[in-house]
Design a protein around this ligand. Structure first.
Ligand SMILES: Nc1nc2c([nH]c(=O)n2[C@H]2C[C@H](O)[C@@H](COP(=O)(O)OP(=O)(O)OP(=O)(O)O)O2)c(=O)[nH]1
Length: 137
């Protein structure tokens, strides 16, 4: 079998003042539709990961994030059937503007201990303990 193509996606756990994490629901018609994920997306050609994340947050949620407010937490490395996902996960507690579902996506602010109640893509499941460790149960 040929090796799976590597896909780089950059994502963030936005954390509010109550230590809740923002999850976004993948829209109908997209791969993994209906599952709850961390905001972010694929890099465009030649784009730096941090720039891609800042762009996605503006496009999807209407917020402005400064690169200095993005702290690396961990990453996902997961073989889906048709590609291998490598996804750095940042955390961010500071942004400008109000979070809005600009692409019609469902949004939920979720306590760390409730993350498991939201069906997530397979790649995301191993990330949950890192958030619980960071934020407490
Ligand atoms: N944003 C994000 N994507 C995730 C997560 N977990 C996970 O497996 N993925 C996968 C789903 C998709 O296959 C890929 C992200 O691609 P996407 O389709 O959302 O990215 P995009 O907005 O740049 O995409 P596109 O419509 O231009 O294809 O990563 C996650 O927590 N956040």
């Amino acid at each position: 079998m040929p090796p799976l193509e590597l896909t780089l996606v950059v994502a963030v756990a936005l954390i509010d003042a109550d230590n809740r994490i923002l999850l976004a629901q993948r829209p109908e018609g997209k791969q993994l539709a209906g599952l709850w994920e961390f905001p972010g997306g694929k890099l465009e050609t030649g784009e730096r990961p941090e720039d891609a994340l800042i762009r996605e947050l503006r496009e999807e949620l209407g917020i402005t994030v400064k690169e200095a407010c993005l702290a690396p937490l961990t990453f996902a490395s997961h073989a889906y059937e048709t590609f291998h996902l490598l996804m750095p996960l940042y955390v961010c507690r500071r942004w400008e503007g109000f979070v809005q579902p600009l692409e019609g996506q469902g949004l939920a602010w979720v306590k760390p201990q409730d993350l498991r109640s939201y069906p997530m893509p397979k790649a995301d499941e191993p990330l949950i303990p890192y958030l619980v460790d960071l934020l407490g149960f």
